[in-house]
Design a protein around this ligand. Structure first.
Ligand code: B1M
Length: 219
């Protein structure tokens, strides 16, 4: 088993200290942070999800795996964020109401920060009114919403409805994502963009603002 597979296997077992140790070792071997993330941590978490779905493991086990994931992510964060990127403005980010899943949302936040956004992370279980209030108060250019449960996805539509109601859809753009969210769903609810992961969130936001001051393509 190679080092990245070991990281995934320890994450599956919920061993946070081992995940941290192996992640540090992988970084010291100059394995790229995105490889460690995708082939180690995320690969391990996918297996956890499959085992949970088929009732091989139960919720406490998933929680331990999530803690182990965070232990690895904390170490990867400085490597995923590039230094000295000019500010591209503010992005309000959160997991929608009723939903506690935050690992994917945190990853998207890291990528947005790395691209130069000032990220205002509202955490999880964020109500539509709170998304709107924070975006207005902070003069954010983007609201990013994450949902991991099919039952919480409709909350995204409500945020967009509120933005319409207040005439803000032109000035505050919306990007949605999360495992059950699709491009088609994003279109249906009138979101400005759907993103598959953190990197595509950055790309999609960049193209939304292409040509506007402060958000030109990098380099
Ligand atoms: Co929950 N859970 N969970 N869970 N959990 C899922 C989502 C589930 C698919 C598991 C399963 O059945 N196989 C299932 C949902 C089924 C459905 O809705 N159809 C499920 C369920 C049912 C539940 C509970 C209801 C279980 C229960 O209580 N009986 C409960 C709900 C609690 C609540 O939220 N109200 C629950 C609880 C939990 C834990 C708390 C134990 C824990 C979360 C811990 C935490 O986040 N701090 C947990 C976990 C860990 C999972 C799985 C196993 C892993 C999720 C994860 O972190 N993946 C998950 C199964 C799975 O998804 N395979 C599952 C890794 C992460 C990097 O990926 O979050 O998809 P992801 O993020 C990706 C992309 O989706 C995207 O970018 C990320 C990077 O690649 N992305 C965005 C995410 N947000 C984005 C936003 C964007 C753009 C892209 O723009 C703004």
């Amino acid at each position: 088993m190679d080092l990245l597979q070991q990281i995934g296997a320890e994450l599956e077992k919920g061993k946070a200290a081992m995940v941290a140790e192996l992640t540090t070792e992988a970084l010291s071997q100059e394995i790229s942070s995105s490889e460690i993330l995708n082939e180690g941590l995320i690969a391990g978490m996918e297996i956890v999800g499959e085992k949970f779905r088929s009732h091989v493991i139960f919720l406490p086990h998933v929680l331990l795996a999530a803690r182990a994931m965070h232990a690895g992510l904390d170490l990867l964060k400085p490597h995923l964020i590039k230094d000295a990127v000019p500010s591209l403005g503010k992005a309000v980010l959160g997991t929608v109401k009723g939903d506690q899943h935050d690992i994917g949302k945190n990853l998207v936040g890291i990528m947005l920060e790395g691209a130069g956004f000032e990220v205002i992370d509202l955490g999880t279980n964020v109500s539509p009114a709170d998304f709107l209030q924070s975006a207005k108060e902070n003069q954010a250019r983007v609201i990013g919403m994450s949902a991991l449960l099919t039952t919480t996805m409709p909350s995204m539509k409500e945020v967009i409805r509120l933005l319409h109601q207040e005439g803000l859809t032109g000035s505050i753009r919306t990007v949605v994502g999360g495992a059950p969210v699709t491009e088609e769903f994003a279109r249906e609810i009138g979101a400005d963009a759907y993103a598959f992961d953190g990197i595509s969130a950055v790309d999609r936001i960049r193209s939304l603002f292409a040509g506007e001051p402060g958000l030109q393509e990098e380099k």
